[in-house]
Design a protein. Sequence first.
Length: 418
Amino acid sequence: MSDNATAARRSAIYLLDQILGEGRLLPECLAAGALDRLAPDDRARAQRLTLQTLRGLERADRLLDNHLNRTPALTVQNALRLGAVELCLGEAAHGVVNSMVEIVGRSRKHGRLKGLVNAVLRKVADEGPEAWPKMRVPRLPEWLREPLIAAWGADAVAEMERAHFTGAPLDITLKPGATGPGEALPTGSLRVHDAGQVSTLPGFANGDWWVQDAAAALPVRVLAPRAGESVLDLCAAPGGKALQLAAAGATVTALDISESRLERVRENLKRTNLQANVIAGDALEHQGQYDAILLDAPCSATGTIRRHPDLPFAKDGSEFAGLIALQTQMLAHAWTLLKPGGRLVYCTCSLLPDEGEVQIEEALDQNPDMTVDRDALKIAGVDQEWITPEGGLRLRPDYWADLGGMDGFYIACLNKSA
């Protein structure tokens, strides 16, 4: 048994404790240094184990319930969950069981339960691999599942859940004229399966491309920036869209309220040798006049669950109303920053119509100088059936199922009267 493997598992259990017990998101835990002590390979393994366990949590719990008279303390429960997922996905039983027994056995609070862990995981090792693929696709929590069914129907949500369970490959956006790894998608992004360490892929160090889900690359393609235009990227971090705008030759102002998140934008601009004016500030207080604006508004991020399976467990929907109100404010203020004759793309990585379709319906009602540009959505690879009645573009995780899916997004292009 590798000490490194045990260290990665111990860290994964800690992350599960934070997400499932404290309601913290995985990126928040990572930013706080949860894995900083691990070597890069072990850090990647701890993250992978955490994500796999969250995706398979429902199946793991159903298997474990057969062998538990009562639910143990969360840390022990998460050790069992992690062990069950690893065993069912084909990891060697002796390594997994011994590792989990050692981790629990070293705990002052829970050490006495190492015998339970040993017995339960050995039973899961016997029956789990055969039972696992026969179990239903894990479902979203009811707080999220219900509104999504109301919006899209039970069959569509079941397909979204299948996409969430499958997870997400790595998508990249190329600089104009550059090449990169992966297969070409219908919209022009490249998709890399089993990518491994991103920084070691060909072209990364040279700045030939950046990581960006294929759906997230579409808002800038809808905006269609032109060389020399002044373009404001509101809520710019982590920076993929700012890089697209800069690569098109636009004069880019990249604004975000988080100085720490803007560091990543600056790093990517430097790596790709692209230019933008990066500003830390509140989007609701920003002033200026621009030819075009991209508003990627703060949202529930429910469209990104295939790559962020922590979200349904760390959240409960209580913040939705505040986010929807903020989106309305931001769209109204952004409209005042747009020159007459200009265009604004509003987008959210959300599956909830209140954060997409409804926002645009209400904005069109309230702004007589605003029209929706359906023609802007005529992009190679975009199915015209994805265009919604009010004139926006609705993307969902179950689209492109045979290619590996896409993030859920809503995108609308709004023109301002001259």
